[in-house]
Design a protein around this ligand. Structure first.
Ligand SMILES: Nc1nc2c(ncn2[C@@H]2O[C@H](COP(=O)(O)OP(=O)(O)OP(=O)(O)O)[C@@H](O)[C@H]2O)c(=O)[nH]1
Ligand SMILES: [Zn+2]
Length: 340
């Protein structure tokens, strides 16, 4: 099976793809605050950031220093903070630096929104949580998550829940072609396979309401106090149900789970056919023979990929999977659900 090299994307892609605010301005901040403490942003709530200091584990409430201007700060960002670093109640520190990001997971508010919003910085993996039934899986939505992950430099992983209600076979077959790892689980099941894949990584969890994501996060991070079922937004208020937040995996595991309660889909207007292509190295040799502006959709439009596959360089299933991902950018594809 073709080996996908997600890490290859990180540096070039993140650097070459200009963000709204540019990436150079960030690194220029550095000399002014060499004494700043380093930490990771674990939540963002109405302009206030919670930062966990890397060395001491102290948790701070911070605001953006004026000198950062409108530089986006997202969960997962590595930042420099100054000011009151005790973490005591009612104290505030300032974020004076945002380090260059390894990866950036974005969404647009919708496909017509020209501004890309950063959801999570520096994540390694996107765990796409999908129920096998109640609610049933929707391939078009899963595909959109896969495209968002691949183009952000994150490894997509499928997590199929509620295996007690329906068979995973159809879904597994569909994504095996795309070379995407999948784990099947149900409530109360052994979590070892999931823990193994999370260990040492920063993993973003996405999934629609009711798929069992909160049940899972609670099981993986005891004390996370995530609300499950009908009640959300209990406890500390609405921020617990709508904001992205990072949770450290309990020892001896390392790594982070980043939950995304408010994120229902990804805008993919900024994703080009070639952005998706790099996840299919077995097709690249054919794509270089295509006309310059090829969207790679059909041989009738001059696409050379069908011929490439016929020559035995890749498989029809891979090409079909690639084209399915391409069309998920524009076509919500929501109607295609597997039989249960
Ligand atoms: N049959 C079955 N039900 C499950 C399983 N996992 C979770 N559920 C149930 O599915 C419902 C939704 O679970 P949640 O964990 O709240 O799902 P969620 O994805 O976090 O949804 P929101 O809280 O709405 O964001 C709850 O009633 C759970 O008890 C499972 O493996 N099998
Ligand atoms: Zn083509």
């Amino acid at each position: 099976m073709a080996q996908r090299d997600t890490r290859r994307l990180d540096e070039d892609d993140v650097r070459n793809r200009p963000t709204r605010y540019g990436s150079r301005a960030r690194t220029k901040q550095r000399p002014a605050h060499e004494d700043a403490a380093s930490g990771m942003v674990v939540t963002v709530d109405r302009g206030r950031f919670t930062v966990l200091l890397n060395d001491s584990g102290v948790q701070l409430t911070a605001m953006r220093a004026r000198e950062l201007g409108r530089t986006a700060i997202a969960v997962g960002d590595q930042v420099g903070v100054v000011g009151n670093l005790t973490g005591e109640p009612d104290t505030l520190s300032r974020i004076v630096r945002v380090n260059e990001r390894r990866t950036v997971l974005r969404r647009t508010a919708d496909d017509n929104d020209p501004y890309e919003r950063v959801i999570v910085a520096n994540a390694d993996q996107l765990l796409i949580v999908t129920a096998l039934a109640d609610p049933p899986p929707v391939f078009g939505l899963i595909d959109r998550c896969v495209v968002a992950a691949l183009t952000a430099g994150l490894e997509p992983i499928l997590l199929l829940t509620k295996a007690d209600l329906a068979s995973p076979d159809v879904v597994l077959r569909n994504y095996a072609e795309l070379d995407i790892p999948a784990i099947v689980t149900s409530r109360g099941a052994d979590l070892d396979a999931i823990r193994a894949i999370l260990d040492g990584k920063v993993t973003v969890f996405v999934g629609h309401s009711g798929v069992g994501k909160s049940t899972l996060v609670n099981a993986l991070v005891p004390g996370a106090l995530r609300s499950t079922g009908v009640v959300s937004g209990m406890g500390k208020g609405r921020h617990t149900s709508t904001s992205v937040f990072a949770l450290a995996l309990p020892p001896p595991q390392r790594g982070w789970v980043i939950d995304t309660p408010g994120v229902r889909s990804f805008g993919l207007a900024h994703v080009s056919a070639d952005d998706v292509l790099w996840a299919f190295p077995d097709l690249e040799g054919g794509a270089v023979q295509c006309p310059g502006s090829c969207e790679h959709l059909s041989a009738a439009d001059g696409c050379r990929l069908d011929a490439w596959v016929e020559q035995g360089h890749s498989s029809p299933a891979r090409l079909e999977g690639f084209r399915r991902l391409l069309s998920s950018r524009t076509d919500l594809g929501g109607a295609v659900t597997p039989p249960s």
